[in-house]
Design a protein around this ligand. Structure first.
Ligand SMILES: Cc1cc2nc3c(=O)[nH]c(=O)nc-3n(C[C@H](O)[C@H](O)[C@H](O)COP(=O)(O)O)c2cc1C
Length: 418
């Protein structure tokens, strides 16, 4: 099953059912945000590891608002040739490559901006005092951002990427529009679910307008925010129905955000009856979404064993298996899965410190450090001390923030350039 090819509705042929899920690489130079040799090495490694699809780490749509100092940014100022080279390396081993496009909204830290933007002004992200209170985007900014999604996708297609994935999960801007906790608007962008989903739907339409019909459009969506008052599972099913009608080629299901990090630590209420629902954090939610979304569905979060991956595929609810951390510790894991031994299990071990939020940070630190090793041409090191890896990662982030301070001042309305 894992080894069975799949053709997405836009015609993109995936040689098997394994996709590398997005992992922020944080290795671009904060001054220019262009992909570099380290990205090329990392993606070439993954491309030869056997996955049918590679989804890049989040690429920023507006360089004023980053998720990390070392994010890749694609806009009018970018070095186009570097993106072309990036796509070539990512495809060199036969994988297809989709660029994840994102804007962090209120989840852009104090070290990057003192004034993040969000659908509505409101509370800062509750996380070790490292975020500022956001201001509300005005209607012109929202429309400029939607146009920027189209412009960015056109650049990605020209550079050789096979598609884009609009990040609308994990509490980033797309996800903030969907959540009644962060979207308190009373205009056409807020209120009813239809209005809250408008930003996502209009972004998809902008991408479609600016790219050819053979260019894949994917969305990453929360199955729920797992937060009281947030985007619910029932709402997620309704949005999936809208995405089906919109003709999305691949819908990836995840869950949670910085404040409720289910994406990395799983879901509390899963006192799981079966190994399948224990291992695959969002499987039972994806089963609900399948009723509304009939096109290819990808499930990401917690999947580790070939047996559960095959079970999930054989259930008919899921078409593509998304793997992030397993490919940080073993880039050849897809090839091993595809070889057909159903007893294979990823060696990924949970990294747990203090509470869920610190654990999520440590997960990102430990696995981010593995990406850096591969970007430097080394093998991942399962023996890395999680504490040391996290400390190193936080240190590298700080160095990125310091470098970011040297970036020349940016115009106030950067998205208007695109
Ligand atoms: C180091 C790291 C970076 C991540 N960066 C992103 C990202 O840029 N975009 C995204 O949608 N998810 C990101 N994630 C979440 C993963 O895509 C995935 O949803 C999550 O890790 C659960 O899958 P897994 O259990 O296979 O790791 C990241 C995860 C890790 C560990």
């Amino acid at each position: 099953m894992i080894e069975t090819p799949l053709t997405l509705p836009n015609g993109l042929e995936l040689k098997n059912r394994v996709a590398k899920a997005a992992m922020t690489e944080n290795i671009a130079d904060p001054i220019d945000g262009d992909p570099n040799q380290r990205h090329f090495r990392l993606y070439e490694r993954w491309s030869h590891g056997g996955a049918g699809l590679l989804i890049t780490g989040n690429v920023m749509i507006d360089r004023r608002f980053l998720e990390q100092a070392g994010n890749v940014v694609l806009d009018a100022r970018s070095n186009f040739d570097a993106f072309h080279e990036f796509a070539q390396h990512a495809k060199s081993g036969g994988a297809k490559v989709i660029m994840q496009v994102s804007h962090p909204g209120r989840q852009s830290s104090l070290f990057i901006t003192r004034k993040p933007v969000a659908p509505s002004a409101g509370n800062a992200v509750k996380m070790i005092a490292s975020f500022a209170k956001p201001r509300a985007l005005d209607a012109n900014e929202i429309e400029a951002l939607i146009r920027a999604y189209g412009a960015m996708a056109a650049r990605a297609e020209k550079a050789g990427f096979d598609g884009v994935q609009i990040h609308s999960a994990h509490g980033y801007l797309g996800s903030q529009f969907l959540s009644p906790l962060t979207n308190l608007r009373t205009d056409q962008w807020g209120g009813s679910l239809e209005n809250r989903a408008r930003f996502l739907l209009e972004s998809i339409r902008a991408v479609r307008r600016e790219t050819s019909p053979s260019f894949a459009v994917s969305v990453k969506l929360n199955s729920s925010d797992f937060q009281r008052g947030g985007f619910t599972h029932e709402e997620s099913i309704e949005v999936a129905r809208l995405l089906d009608a919109e003709g999305v080629d691949l819908l990836e299901i995840s869950g949670g955000n910085y404040e409720s990090p289910a994406l990395l630590v799983g879901v509390d209420d899963d006192r799981a009856e079966s190994t399948k629902s224990r291992e695959a954090y969002f499987f039972k939610y994806a089963e609900g979404i399948r009723q509304a979304f009939k096109r290819p569905l990808m499930l990401t979060g917690g999947l580790r064993s070939a047996s559960v991956m095959n079970e999930v595929l054989e259930s008919g609810a899921i078409d593509v298996i998304g793997l992030a951390r397993p490919l940080a510790v073993d880039p050849d894991f897809p090839a091993k899965l595809i070889a057909g031994d159903r007893s294979i299990v990823s060696p990924v071990k949970p990294v747990r410190f203090i509470n869920k939020q610190v654990s999520a940070m440590a997960e990102a630190g430990y696995h981010g450090a593995q990406l850096e090793r591969m970007a430097d041409g080394k093998e991942p090191d399962a023996g890395l001390s999680p504490l040391r890896a996290t400390t190193h990662y936080l240190g590298a982030q700080m160095a990125g923030f310091v470098r970011l301070m040297r970036r020349p001042a940016l115009p106030k309305q950067l998205v208007a350039e695109t």
